[in-house]
Write a protein that binds this ligand. Structure first.
Ligand code: ADE
Length: 230
């Protein structure tokens, strides 16, 4: 087993690299990839840069070039479900691209021919996250994550995303990573800790809480990796 551990921003993987301690850095496709062994398990860590295009490239690279056979994503998200507060963890059960729009041709939002509105995450990895949550005595929500190339900071945009996808949280990479993993038949898991609630204050909240929420997510992911190593 070789695990890809991905984030989008440096802050999302910094706590992971710190936990690894030592690692080998390889430059490939205009990015840095960090290879290490963690409790006997081979891991490859990288941050993609923000958005669907960069995250697609990084996920594909980790699977096709570095031969990873599981992918775990750790990072932050904007909360939509009012029950989600800053720092809360949410596991994606399924993900959708909220900005994929060919409704002009009668298709639902998020759909293109040959694809599907939602991509489901791996059930075994979700079960593993439940075990870890139980052991840590942590509450981890499960829900729909909507992804788009847009930092959402507007109630109307949020409402629209709820209307079309019944999403609980939104971010900018999960669904593109999901499409890559599904296409290449690689089990994947997307974890996010809430940094803001995608409203008019979102950019301020993000600046204040992004780093602390990224740490919450990264620490949980590494507990999962430790369990996978056993
Ligand atoms: N990631 C964290 N907060 C976000 C937001 N409000 N919109 C998009 N991606 C995010």
């Amino acid at each position: 087993m070789k695990i890809a551990i991905m984030g989008a921003m440096p802050e999302e993987i910094a706590p992971i690299l710190e936990e690894l301690g030592t690692y080998k850095t390889t430059k490939y496709a205009d990015n840095d990839y960090y290879e290490a062994t963690y409790h006997g398990l081979d891991v490859v860590v990288a941050y993609s840069k923000i958005g669907k295009v960069f995250s697609t490239l990084t996920a594909s690279t980790m699977i096709q070039h570095f031969n990873c056979d599981r992918l775990l994503f750790s990072g932050v998200a904007g909360g939509i479900n009012p029950s989600l507060k800053i720092g809360d963890l949410i596991v994606a059960t399924k993900l959708s691209q909220h900005d994929l729009d060919i409704t002009a041709f009668g298709h639902p939002m998020g759909f293109v021919p040959g694809g599907s509105v939602f991509v489901e995450a791996d059930k075994d990895l979700i079960s593993l996250s439940k075990e870890v949550a139980k052991e840590l005595g942590k509450t981890v929500s499960e829900g729909v994550i909507a992804t788009g190339d847009q930092f959402v900071h507007d109630e109307k945009v949020k409402k629209n995303i709820v209307k079309h996808f019944n999403a609980d949280a939104l971010e900018m990479e999960g669904a593109s990573v999901a499409v890559v993993c599904k296409s290449l038949d690689i089990p994947f898991f997307i974890l996010r800790a809430i940094s803001d609630t995608a409203d008019t204050d979102a950019s301020f909240s993000f600046d204040e809480f992004m780093e602390s929420s990224a740490i919450i997510s990264a620490e949980f992911i590494m507990k999962m990796v430790k369990k996978l190593a056993k």
